[in-house]
Write a protein that binds this ligand. Structure first.
Ligand code: HSE
Length: 301
């Protein structure tokens, strides 16, 4: 019997409003990546769940790329390998499906190869593949993550929210690539907008640690990416207002979108309120209630 390992990786929501490319949170919605040595040659990929009809099964598959990259770095090889993906995270919706693929592939390959890399090194490799740090950091580490880059190195802290916090997610039935959602952002943003966001990111990190949710309404507002992206998600701003009227502490774009998320206490019809707004713009959406995942990616066998 060849080597075999399976890992679970959480979905993530990045930015959390003002923390563009700096804040992320892991969510209790998981993909599973299983890597097995077949004893043959080459590799095969089996996919069930989200993306089973769409995702590439060749060398272009993101999980395969991550595995291959890690194996190359340590000059490790298997006698043929098979990857089984059980995907629960919707694709290209701003819920970190690509981060989960990268982190899942790297963690599984690292375990099979005898753990040559530390968590910090795996994070650096994941960021190199993903191109921005917030989703992969949250997927790998779990909880809420704050991350900053200096001279090519990444520095981070992660912590968990202290009290019950429900994340009402409204997942539109259209996809939006991160590349497209980044292409509408300006090269420069006005200083007053940077200052607007800075105060909020500072507030937000302490609110999320302390659980004083009443301050979230102000702290979640953003002026450096969401306004530019709003034209890609018709009804976004109105849906945020509807969420607040329905009792949410605040609502934001999840990562690069198009999913919208609202933070609120349990038991409210916040997702429905946002979904109704999107429907007036001709957009159908799936409504889900999620919670922060305190755990990042982990090995299940
Ligand atoms: N911070 C990234 C962005 C997250 O907003 O483009 C992408 O999911």
């Amino acid at each position: 019997m060849g080597r075999r390992v399976a890992v679970r990786v959480p979905a993530t929501t990045a930015n959390l409003g003002p923390g563009f490319d700096a804040l992320g949170m892991a969510l209790k919605l998981y993909n599973t990546v299983e890597l097995e040595e077949t004893g043959g040659s080459g590799f095969q990929i089996e996919i069930t769940g989200e993306g089973e009809d769409l995702l590439p099964r060749g060398a272009g598959n993101l999980v395969a790329r991550a595995i291959d990259k890690l194996f190359h770095k340590v000059n490790y090889s298997l006698q043929g390998w098979k990857v089984r993906l059980e995907n629960k995270i919707p694709l290209q919706r701003g819920l970190g499906s690509s981060a989960s693929a990268i982190v899942g592939g790297l963690l599984a390959a690292n375990a099979v190869a005898g753990s040559p890399f530390s968590q910090r090194e795996l994070l650096a490799q994941a960021i190199e593949i993903e191109g921005h740090p917030d989703n992969v950091a949250a997927a790998l580490l779990g909880g809420i993550v704050a991350v900053a880059e200096q001279d090519g190195n990444y520095f981070y802290t992660n912590f968990t929210p202290p009290k019950e916090l429900v994340i009402y997610a409204v997942i539109p039935n259209f996809t939006l690539s991160t590349k497209a959602a980044r292409s509408v952002l300006p090269e420069l943003v006005p200083m007053k907008d940077v200052v607007f966001n800075l105060g909020r990111v500072a507030l937000l990190t302490s609110i999320l640690k302390e659980g004083n949710w009443d301050l979230l309404t102000v702290a979640l507002k953003d002026r450096i990416h969401q306004p530019y992206r709003s034209r890609l998600i018709p009804g976004m701003t109105e849906a945020f207002e509807a969420a607040e009227q329905a009792g949410a502490y605040g609502a934001v774009l999840s990562g690069a979108g198009p999913t919208l998320i609202a933070f609120g206490p349990p038991g409210l019809e916040i997702g429905e309120a946002m979904g109704r707004v999107l429907r007036t713009y001709g957009i159908e959406a799936e409504i889900r209630e999620l919670e922060p995942s305190l755990q990042g990616a982990y090995i299940i066998k």
